[in-house]
Design a protein around this ligand. Structure first.
Ligand SMILES: [Zn+2]
Length: 258
């Protein structure tokens, strides 16, 4: 029996079989993994309440031939209790966990994303609910995964855009009025919302946490960021399908030597 240890945050729970659970965990050292908790849905389960969503846990896992490794032992390292006690905070954590789950491929180590998720969970846990924090997370996540949109220069003509009116294109950033016809998916963006997105981009958390923004700006920023995130995940899935349809990555046939 081959065992290994890891630690991570529980992102998702799915019922499996009669009494088992499949957990999706973002680990510190081996990326996003799916693991099996046998008998975890039984009332007398030996795991108790240690397999709840958003817990930071240490795991001892048994390697399984099926590919779905099995939990042998679990210890809670951090509960983030206030996230679990407050419905709005729980809702936000659900959203963040879903984003991480959607964006990250399985078993690809990404310590920076793990660190980011722990940081945001800690802040949501300690502080009042704030959407600013959620947008900070969204921007950092896409940045870490190489999808950060451009908020300063027009993606059509590279001109630095100051206060002139412009659009946000889901193809990757802002466009000036002259270039907006070149892009298909775009929305108008106000200069105040653009200013806010530029502040988020600076990664100065102390400054970001002090921001007091009118709801209109937060609403516009939310709409833009959510649509952008959906656009990238969709594009990514489509490209995967497309590549598969080309059958470029087929298992090579054995070459015979004459
Ligand atoms: Zn332009």
């Amino acid at each position: 029996m081959k065992l290994y240890k890891t630690e991570g945050i529980i992102l998702k729970k799915t019922n499996f079989g009669e009494a088992d659970l499949i957990l999706t965990v973002l680990t510190k050292d081996i990326g996003k993994i799916s693991i099996l908790a046998k008998g975890a849905r039984r009332p007398q389960s030996r795991f108790g309440g240690r397999l709840e969503l958003f817990l930071w846990v240490r795991l001892l896992l048994v390697v399984s031939r099926s590919g779905l490794d099995i939990i042998s032992e679990v210890t809670v390292l951090r509960y983030f209790r206030k996230i679990r006690d407050n419905l709005t905070k729980t809702g936000l954590a659900f959203y963040l966990a879903e984003l991480v789950d959607k964006f990250l491929p399985p078993k690809e180590e990404n310590y920076k994303v793990f660190k980011l998720l722990v940081k945001i969970f800690s802040l949501i846990n300690q502080r009042e609910v704030s959407f600013v924090l959620i947008h900070y997370f969204e921007i950092r996540l896409v940045e870490l995964l190489g999808f950060k949109p451009e908020f300063r220069y027009c993606i059509g003509c590279s001109k630095l855009l100051q206060k002139e009116s412009c659009y946000f294109s889901f193809e990757g950033g802002i466009v000036c009025c002259k270039c907006q016809n070149k892009v298909s998916r775009k929305v108008k963006i106000s200069s105040s919302t653009l200013k806010f997105l530029r502040v988020l981009e600076c990664d100065d958390l102390n400054l970001i946490l002090k921001l007091k923004l009118p709801p209109a700006i937060l609403y516009e920023a939310s709409k833009i960021l959510i649509n952008y995130l959906e656009f990238i995940t969709e594009r990514r899935l489509k490209s995967k399908k497309f590549l598969k349809s080309l059958k470029l990555v087929e298992k090579p046939k054995q070459i015979k030597d004459n």
